[in-house]
Design a protein around this ligand. Structure first.
Ligand SMILES: C[S@@+](CC[C@H](N)C(=O)[O-])C[C@H]1O[C@@H](n2cnc3c(N)ncnc32)[C@H](O)[C@@H]1O
Length: 290
């Protein structure tokens, strides 16, 4: 545990008067997902104990070729180097389709990057004939990475709907205090309700993309996504669509199981795209009433 990172109590209540965005009548989600129970059965039988089902080879070039058909990807490709941290092309392609079906109004993305310019442009396009202005709120813990993302957002022409927010990482105390006074802590974004409320114009996000904080690897925080769903369940729209990348990783499988057990998320299943996308619906009121 890093000494520079503060240790805090979990937020317990909502201070602001959040409002729900409208629910488009044509909203739907028609796709094929692996039921989570079948997916975990597969995990029990397969996968290296250290890597789990996490991909051991690079994605297929055909997916990148398809993503390059997107005009925003064309516009930003020379300013962006794809890395292991990037959301894979077929996941971004799938999320564009999800946006078309679900037509979210307020998207909340945890972990900015190449997904930000492409998906914010898709969101803007979907609402271009409506009086309502959509919002794409993107969170990062790093000024540097968010700064790089914002250059791409400028090229995508979506600065008007993109709201960048930095939330640093803190450790939050969880579970019971042991007899010796010790208490377990988990790292998570230190969501500041005032800042989040302002970025969202006081509207509860209706679609959440979880691709941060960095879970594994150097500089990552293991299980750093564990607290995202319970904390955000206080602020987001009931039934908001929750899409988490890296669902092929054991930490994300474990986090998903904990959200099922704590009644935080109704898990719809796992989309076999990229590093695995877990899809679920946020259950209202995990920490306190709305
Ligand atoms: C999984 S990445 C987010 C990727 C993003 N959604 C995208 O599509 O590119 C999660 C976080 O890792 C950090 N990050 C991005 N690139 C990185 C790199 N090359 N090395 C270390 N951390 C990185 C950023 O702070 C980012 O918010």
């Amino acid at each position: 545990m890093s000494k520079d990172i503060p240790v805090k109590d979990l937020p317990q209540k909502v201070e602001k008067e959040w409002k729900n965005p409208l629910e488009p009548q044509e909203r739907h989600l028609t796709t094929d997902l692996i039921p989570f129970g079948e997916y975990t059965k597969l995990r029990k039988r397969a996968g290296d104990p250290r890597r789990g089902l996490f991909p051991a080879v690079n994605f297929e070039q055909a997916y990148m070729d398809e993503l390059l058909e997107d005009p925003v990807m064309q516009a930003v490709k020379d300013d962006y180097a794809y890395t292991a941290w990037s959301m894979e092309p077929d996941s971004i392609i799938f999320l564009k389709k999800v946006f078309e079906m679900y037509k979210p109004q307020v998207v909340l993305e945890l972990g900015s990057g190449i997904s930000t310019p492409i998906l914010s442009a898709k969101l803007k396009e979907l609402w271009k004939d409506d009086d309502i202005a959509p919002l794409y709120v993107t969170i990062d813990q790093s000024d540097d990475y968010l700064g790089q993302t914002l250059k791409l957002v400028k090229k995508a022409g979506t600065e008007d709907i993109t709201r960048p927010v930095i939330f640093p990482i803190s450790y939050f105390k969880v579970g019971d205090v042991a007899e010796d006074g010790d208490q377990k802590v988990l790292a998570c974004y230190d969501f500041d309700e005032d800042k989040l409320f302002e970025a969202c114009d006081g509207l509860r996000p209706d679609l959440i993309i979880v691709d941060g904080p960095t879970g594994g690897g150097a500089g990552g925080f293991p299980f750093a996504r564990m607290l995202t769903a319970p904390i955000l369940s206080m602020y987001v729209k009931p039934n908001a669509l929750f899409c988490m990348d890296d669902a092929y990783r054991d930490t994300e499988i474990h986090e998903t199981q904990s959200w099922i057990e704590s009644n935080t998320l109704q898990v719809l299943g796992v989309k076999a795209a990229g590093k695995g996308l877990m899809m679920g619906l946020m259950i209202e009121n995990t920490f306190n009433g709305k």
